[in-house]
Write a protein that binds this ligand. Structure first.
Ligand SMILES: Nc1ncnc2c1ncn2[C@@H]1O[C@H](COP(=O)(O)OP(=O)(O)O)[C@@H](O)[C@H]1O
Ligand SMILES: [Mg+2]
Length: 293
């Protein structure tokens, strides 16, 4: 029985998670006592909870050296959702290689580890994106044009100097015009989709915890769900079924559907577009789902 649950956030995210006001009352109705706690609060007694649910710890990419040991510490004291191995896999976009190796279509990606020289010449004709391998909320992500190679190289060098691996991708034109489509999976089953547009700076930087987003409901197309399902099959094969997951798909420049991101750390679940059914499904996953340890 899950009677006490820690809903894990961070100070700067309080009041900003759109899923939270829908889920907390539903958990209360299900008889669960929930505390909203900051992940880095040293006074939290994690062992006092039946489960800790990682929800809006949005500052972890900048505090990885604290966050990674925290995952293991909390998972030793209680049932952490999603479990540490799942979180670790998903917080580094190198997972795109696992998807690619399994034949799941991904956004074309070049990885640059610290110390590796960035060569942008193959991108010379078009727009491209530079982003950190460990990142969230579009922070430290920027788009560039062929005229920006020097600024982009400085961006790569800045991330490398902070010992952060970098992804360089061609800028997929449809992301600017049509946005991206988050597909939400609860207990491994497709639940609902949304449409999301993110204001990513051109040759600039996001200052807040996350870039501004414009979101809307979306009826997922079968081709999108097929790609989401394929990504989830890889996830499930490697890590077991996550309580919640989000696969963000985009349209590539040939009109096909590919994965931009798989978010298993603290995905926004776009519940306002799918309540009350998705809220009930999430509560079912959190209250009834199997323990991860
Ligand atoms: N290859 C790309 N083409 C076009 N836009 C992109 C591309 N990669 C990222 N973006 C934009 O940058 C945003 C952040 O990138 P994303 O891969 O989702 O990382 P995160 O959400 O983890 O910060 C996306 O929402 C999208 O708007
Ligand atoms: Mg994203």
């Amino acid at each position: 029985m899950i009677e006490r649950l820690a809903w894990v956030t961070t100070r700067g995210a309080r009041g900003r998670d759109e899923d939270e006001p829908l889920v907390l009352p539903a958990l209360a109705r299900a008889g669960v006592a929930v505390d909203v706690v900051d992940w880095d609060d040293p006074h939290v007694d994690w062992a006092a909870y039946d489960r800790a649910v990682l929800r809006s710890a949005w500052d972890y990419p900048d505090r990885l050296a604290e966050f990674l040991p925290w995952l293991d510490r909390v998972a030793a004291a209680t049932d952490l959702v999603n479990p540490p191995a799942t979180v670790r896999w998903s917080l580094d976009k190198h997972y795109l290689r696992d998807l690619d190796a399994a034949g799941v279509p991904i956004t074309p990606t070049t990885f640059l580890l610290p110390g590796e020289q960035a060569d942008l010449t193959h991108l010379a004709q078009g727009d491209f994106v530079v982003k950190p391998a460990v990142g969230a909320g579009s922070r430290d992500t920027a788009t560039y044009g062929p005229e920006h190679h020097d600024v982009a190289l400085a961006h790569v060098a800045r991330l490398h100097a902070a010992d952060r691996a970098v992804l360089v991708q061609p800028f997929l034109a449809s992301v600017a015009t049509d946005g991206e489509w988050p597909l939400v999976y609860l207990q491994g089953h497709f639940s609902h989709a949304a449409s999301k547009r993110v204001a990513v700076p051109r040759a600039g930087a996001v200052e807040d915890l996350f870039a501004e987003e414009t979101n809307a409901p979306h009826d997922a197309e079968p081709a999108q769900v097929a790609v989401g399902d394929a990504a989830m099959e890889v996830v499930t094969g490697l890590l077991g079924t996550p309580a919640y997951a989000r696969v963000d798909v985009v349209r590539d420049d040939d009109g096909g559907c590919c994965v931009l991101e798989v978010e298993l750390v603290e995905p926004s679940l776009f519940l306002p577009y799918a309540e009350p059914a998705a809220v009930d499904r999430l509560v079912g996953a959190l209250v009834g789902g199997p323990r991860s340890r």
